[in-house]
Structure formats: C-alpha cells, structure tokens
Design a protein around this ligand. Sequence first.
Ligand SMILES: Cc1cc2nc3c(=O)[nH]c(=O)nc-3n(C[C@H](O)[C@H](O)[C@H](O)COP(=O)(O)O)c2cc1C
Ligand SMILES: [Fe+2]
Ligand SMILES: [Fe+2]
Length: 407
Amino acid sequence: MKTEPVKVSPSTHWVGANETEKRLFEGLWAIPEGISYNSYIIKGAEKTALIDSVLGAYQEEHLEKIRKVTDPADINYIVVNHMEHDHSEALPKVLEAAPNATLIYTPMAHQMYKAFFQHEPKSLIIRNDETTVDLGGKTLRFIRTPFLHWPETICTYLQEEGTLFTCDLFGTFRRLPENKVIDTDIKEIDKYIPDSSKKYFAGVMTRYRDYVLKAMEKFNQLKIEIKVIAPGHGPIYTANTKTVMDLWASYSRPDYSRKTVIAVGSMYGTTLKFIQALTKGVEDAGGEAVVIDVINDEPAKALAAIMDAPALLIGTATYEYNMFPQIQHLLYLLQVKNLTNLTVGIFGGYAWGAGGAKHLTERLDQLGFRRIGEPVEVRGAPTQEDLERARSLAKAVTEDAFREKRI
Ligand SMILES: Cc1cc2nc3c(=O)[nH]c(=O)nc-3n(C[C@H](O)[C@H](O)[C@H](O)COP(=O)(O)O)c2cc1C
Ligand SMILES: [Fe+2]
Ligand SMILES: [Fe+2]
C-alpha cells in the first residue's frame, strides 16, 4: 500500500514510506505491525531541506512523494541524521534529482557516505552543537546524539516550530496508517506500550540506553523545547512529547519491576513442566513470573521482558550435549545488548547424557550474571521432588534479585 505525503505542519511534510515486504527489521526483529521509514521535507521562505531518506527498495516511491511537495531540484540541504541503510539507501537517487543539494552530517557519517556510495557530495560537516542553517524564517539546528543508534548520529531541531527530528530515537516498530502520521492522543500512545515501542527499544536501543539519557540531558541543557517529535520510524508526536520522553527514560534507566522472567527452550514440552512450580516460587518471593518461550516468542519480546527484570530463570532441553540453540541465541543477544546485570537460575533436562545445564552454567558465569543455586536438571520428566527444588530455586533467585536491586 503506497501512502501519500502528509502535512505535519505548514512548513513540514512527511515523505517517507512504509515497509511492505520484510517480516524482520534488520533481519532480526519481528515487525507484525510493520515499520515506516520517515523522511521529511521542510520549506522555508527561501530554501528547502530534506531530513533523512528511506530504504533503497522505496526510493521511487520516496521521490514521487517528494515531487508532490516540491521540485527536487529546489532542495538545498539534505540532512543525514543517521547513515544506517534504512535512512540512507535512497540518498544517491534523491541526489540525482536534487543536484544542488548540500548534505549535512557529522564527519563520521560523511566517511560512511563515501564508503557506501563511492561518491563525494557537497557537504556541510557538523562538528559542534551550535551549527544552524536558515531556510528563510525556518532555522535548523544540528545536535550531536552519538550512538542513537550509531556513533555518527545527530538530531535536527526546527527552532521556530519546536520540532525535533530524532531519527531512531523515539522510534516505534509500526507502519503509518494511510494519510495519518500524526498522533496527538495519549490513548494512542498507550496502545504501543509495552508492545511495539518497547520492543523497538529492546531490539535497537538497549545497548545504548545511557546515550539515550545523555541525549535527553543535552536537550535540556541546550534548552531545546520539544513540541513535536518527528522520529525516523513510526508515529510522529505533535502532543504529549513529554510522555514519550518519560517512557524512553524509563526504558533507559531501567525501572526494574518486581518480576522474574522464565525463558525456556523446549522441543517436546518436558522442560515446560517446570513452569508452574517456578511460577509458584517467584510468587512466594512476592514477584510476578513472565514466561518467554524462546521458540514461539520472538527475540525482541524476550529482550523487552528481560530489560527491566532483575531476575531470570533459564531452562533448556539438552541438545546434542549442549543447550538448545535458541537459548544460546538469547544469551548472545543478552551479551551484545549489555543485559547481563541480572540474578539467574538454571533448569532443564536430558535423556541419556546431560550437557545443557552444564554449558548454560559455564556461559552465564562467563558473561558475569549473578547465578544463584545449583541447576535443577533432570533425566526425563521432573518428579514431584524436582518440582519442589525448582520452586525453591525460583524463590531464592527472585529474593536475591529484589534484594540486590532494592525493589
Ligand atoms: C535433536 C535432539 C538432540 C538431543 N540431544 C541430547 C543429548 O545430547 N543428550 C541427552 O541426554 N538428550 C538429548 N536429547 C533429548 C532431550 O534433551 C530430552 O528428551 C529432553 O527431555 C527434551 O526436553 P523437551 O521436551 O523440553 O524438548 C536430544 C533431543 C533431540 C530432539
Ligand atoms: Fe539505526
Ligand atoms: Fe532506523
């Protein structure tokens, strides 16, 4: 479904695209509600700027939309907030139609542009947080926000309107409904929580959560008043911007909830037989159990559940003398996303020669998790006694985590 350009304000039009093909964003994250690649045309009295671009697959659609708002040859500036492919692949195509445009980006984004497109465009390099360009009554200011979500990233502020173009910051895994890019209603925002907004954060931003807080501090220090948030993915917020920022601050801190995630990898359901006893143990310690089935629940859902959990119980069926592959994958994601500051406990099973729990133990210890108790590992199905051990383990892990995190 092709969308039309949408007016965000008298000066600003959305000229982005919705993803229509991909099931996974970045080849990893499920996007059942889709995703949009947002790009914006801003017209001042004298000059015109394009903010970001779209994935290459949508370059024709993108250009068509730009044409409906302005003659591309009149574009004076193209702001590259972030060089990731989802915002930059269409840039060479846009530049063919906008040969007079000067690209605005950081030194590192400039290097990346040359490396990807083997071409040296007219460039204005951003080296501080003070640079502005005047479009004629509309002033753009560029603020460096490293690691949101690559090191070369900036946000662009349209001063007269208080609009902050944040690219990946404040994005959501969500396509935009036709002719409706603007969300002003707080109830609409509530609909994304904890789903697409939190999963987006978990998948894309968790590793850089400190940088999210630093960027928000910087906006405060620079007295950037944010009336409109225009991100690179998902809805634009023309009201309730504080709610969105508070939400992201809470993802970034994180605000631990009194919960224990039970993540389990099971082929035939035997390992799932522990869940009831584990849940009871978590509840005995005053927590809430959240179960993640690593086969059927996608990784972003697992990360979104774990990122504000102080405790994690990991269960695995033994698979070729080792842990189940998706459990290994989950551990890898926890490692690269810096989500290892948790208390953990282990459970699992085997049929003839154990190995799952052993490898899981070694890996968790290596990654610096706070591991409590002995793994509850059983041959075949758990007995009543095994279930009792599992309950005690879940209680001990949960109690330790709540004590550790003072919650
Ligand atoms: C592909 C595959 C590989 C397995 N590898 C081992 C193994 O190396 N050692 C072992 O004792 N059991 C192994 N098992 C048996 C399972 O670990 C055991 O049946 C377990 O109880 C299954 O748990 P689940 O029902 O939660 O999947 C394997 C099973 C499958 C299907
Ligand atoms: Fe990105
Ligand atoms: Fe992006």
